[in-house]
Design a protein around this ligand. Structure first.
Ligand code: IPE
Ligand code: IPE
Ligand code: MG
Length: 251
């Protein structure tokens, strides 16, 4: 049997046709642990290695923006014990991974309702964001306490305020104005969404920004995801025809 993975890695990744912005729904930590007869939090701990490997892979491949969905606003409804451990993991990983970010020239950003995070997590996050703000090779954008609908509600509120204050007229509202009022205002639209764990849903992630993204679902739980899986997802993406409404002949 030919090992297609190796063949794909060696020959098929086209560096000229990379997605600019990849967004990943890192799902399946709990089920991964359960399968092994362990507690859910064991899965979250093991998920950190997958995060590290994926970030490294994205930097090596030359991806410009990687958004990782780490915690949704809906995840606040989980048992307090699990939330506490997830928040602790966030703080300790940020501390631990700073050298990796610096070595690979990676800039950290974060989107979401960050004021809801424990103070310690906010502090650590802001420190790493500040220390990496001049890095240019890859933007690592963490979605934490994130809800796409909440993001859109905020955009509505901020646009409405500008209208009331006569800073903007209704006729001026267009896609660009809306883009500029989202948390992702400085980022390009998403080209590729990857979700692990076999679930095929978006779970309130970047609804506006993924309007024309390619979707890739993989039957692996997040702790088992590695850079070669990221490469395979990109290879799959590169084989698709992005028509944006046009016919194939027009492209
Ligand atoms: C993803 O894994 C991590 C977070 C949502 C924080 P889950 O914790 O959702 O694991 P499953 O989906 O229950 O297996
Ligand atoms: C989505 O996963 C959020 C993150 C990966 C952080 P969930 O596990 O919370 O999503 P649902 O509940 O299965 O839709
Ligand atoms: Mg899940």
């Amino acid at each position: 049997m030919v090992n297609t993975n190796i063949l794909q890695e060696k020959s098929l990744l086209n560096k000229e046709k990379l997605p600019q912005h990849i967004a990943i729904i890192m799902d399946g930590n709990g089920r991964w642990a359960k399968q092994k007869g362990k507690l859910r939090v064991f899965g979250h701990k093991k998920g950190v290695k997958a995060v590290r490997d994926t970030i490294e892979g994205a930097a090596e491949i030359g991806i410009k923006v990687l958004t990782l969905y780490a915690f949704s606003t809906e995840n606040w409804n989980r048992p307090k014990k699990e939330i506490d451990i997830l928040m602790h993991l966030l703080v300790s990983s940020l501390k631990k991974e700073l050298p990796l970010l610096q070595k690979n020239n990676i800039q950290l950003q974060a989107i979401g309702n960050l004021s809801q995070l424990p103070k310690k997590a906010q502090k650590e996050l802001n420190e790493v964001i500040d220390k990496t703000k001049n890095n240019t090779h890859l933007i690592l954008n963490l979605a934490i306490s994130y809800s796409a609908k909440e993001e859109i509600v905020n955009a509505f509120k901020n646009i409405s305020k500008k209208i009331v204050n006569n800073e903007l007229s209704i006729e001026d509202i267009n896609e660009n104005v809306i883009n500029n009022h989202l948390y992702t205002r400085n980022l390009p639209n998403v080209d590729l969404v990857i979700r692990t764990s076999g679930e095929k849903r978006i779970s309130n992630f970047l609804l506006w920004q993924i309007a024309y993204a390619e979707l890739y679902f993989i039957d692996l739980f997040w702790p088992d995801f590695r850079k070669k899986d990221l490469e395979n997802a990109i290879i799959d993406y590169q084989q698709r025809e992005r028509r944006f409404g046009k016919t194939s002949d027009q492209l």
